[in-house]
Design a protein around this ligand. Structure first.
Ligand code: AMP
Length: 378
């Protein structure tokens, strides 16, 4: 048996955004010390950590020193260069492993991995040349979505292709970079399953979460999702299979499209806690952040039981456009919780915080969280 990493130890986080912040809060609550590493300072994670290291991910000497000072390294941001994960792994276990990052940070590798594992991925073709593009258009057809293989998030680096004659312009618009050309799915809903897998291979998931996007950015999540039981059960089964196939130690989010007949396609993977799991901080026995800590430290996983149905609404920088949002008005709803990430500059589209509402059913939680958010501007 591998010895668990116990409270009092230092844990390291690569990345310094809100996911790391909530991880650090969970870890410090359990008596761990937290070191964070990113190119920035006074970060959401750094503000609540014991040690904040500011250096580029390419600075392997700094990575070495960081990894030597902690018992385990995890991350909250997957686009860390593979050399950083490999260097850290010489000094401390990196969980999930660099091999998981390698797959999840590139859409071509991710989709190819899922397809090879027999998991239901959106039909796609790899595009690395004009010939590939022509073949993809013939084989997949239109409408479709063309997405850059690397560093795309929140809808960046992707363009919809409605007709064949648009495909070349679409590829030019994403810089003729390696891409995936995937079938446009006329989905009924988007859902996600967040699951954790521990060092001993045990897996726990948070059930199915329903997600709504606005301008390609997650807007609202609702748990439990309003999807029929067979589709929900299948999504959870698929998520477990993904974590096992990738040998994940840590937390992973599997995002799906659900078709009107209940058919499921995996859209993408995130090898870390996810925005759609923020409600777990207030609404679940064990939050996704505490679960990440337990998983990477080799401790038993906690219960993922939902205490009450919940809904989460993101707070983007747009809310600050006129004046400071009216926090007291949102908090006048006693079952609403406010989370702010300590970011100083509320740019348009920037995730600044979120609200979570708990209620007796998901519909009520949804309307409560939307009312509370609207009250910020009233
Ligand atoms: P992604 O960055 O891949 O998560 O895509 C961002 C959003 O674009 C998704 O959450 C969907 O709302 C939409 N989208 C992406 N790919 C497709 C697709 N193949 N079919 C339909 N909608 C898509």
């Amino acid at each position: 048996m591998i010895e668990p990493i116990l409270p009092g130890s230092a844990v390291g986080v690569l990345g310094s955004g809100q996911l790391g912040r909530m991880f650090a809060i969970a870890a410090r609550r359990m008596g761990y010390r937290v070191h964070t590493f990113s190119p920035d300072s006074d970060t959401p994670t750094g503000q609540v950590s014991d040690v904040e290291i500011t250096a580029p991910y390419e600075d392997l000497d700094a990575i070495r020193k960081f990894a030597q000072s902690v018992r385990v390294v995890t991350f909250e941001f997957e686009n860390v260069p593979s050399a950083a994960a490999a260097t850290a792994a010489e000094f401390a276990p990196v969980r999930p492993a660099g091999s998981v990052l390698h797959v999840a940070q590139n859409r071509i590798r991710e989709k190819a991995f899922l397809a090879k594992a027999g998991l239901p991925v959106t039909p796609f073709r790899t595009v690395e040349s004009a010939e590939d593009l022509a073949r993809a258009v013939t084989e997949i057809g239109c409408p479709a979505v063309l997405k850059t293989a690397a560093s795309g998030y929140d809808g960046k680096g992707q363009v919809r292709v409605v007709s064949v004659d648009q495909s070349e312009a679409a590829w030019i618009s994403i810089g003729r970079e390696p891409a995936v050309y995937e079938k446009f799915i006329a989905f009924d809903r988007e859902v996600s399953v967040i699951a954790a897998r521990s060092v001993d291979g045990s897996v726990a998931d948070y059930g199915v979460v329903e997600n709504r996007h606005a301008n390609h950015i997650l807007d609202v999540s609702i748990c439990p999702a309003r999807v029929p039981h067979p589709a929900a059960a299948r999504a959870r089964e698929i998520a477990h299979a993904v974590l096992e196939a990738l040998d994940v130690v840590g937390v992973m989010c599997v995002e799906f499209f659900v078709e009107p007949d209940g058919g499921l396609y995996i859209n993408e993977l995130a090898p870390r806690p996810h925005n759609s799991g923020h409600f777990t901080f207030d609404a679940s026995i064990t939050s996704q952040f505490e679960q990440q800590l337990r998983a990477v430290c080799g401790l038993p996983l906690g219960s993922t039981e939902l205490l009450r149905p919940a809904a989460m609404a993101n707070l983007l920088g747009d809310l600050w456009a006129q004046r400071e949002p009216k926090w007291a008005a949102a908090l006048a709803h006693p079952d609403v919780k406010l989370h702010l990430y300590g970011k100083l500059n509320p740019r348009k589209g920037r995730k600044m915080g979120h609200l979570t509402a708990l209620a007796q059913d998901a519909e009520s939680a949804l309307s409560m969280v939307l009312n509370a958010r609207a009250a910020l501007l009233a």
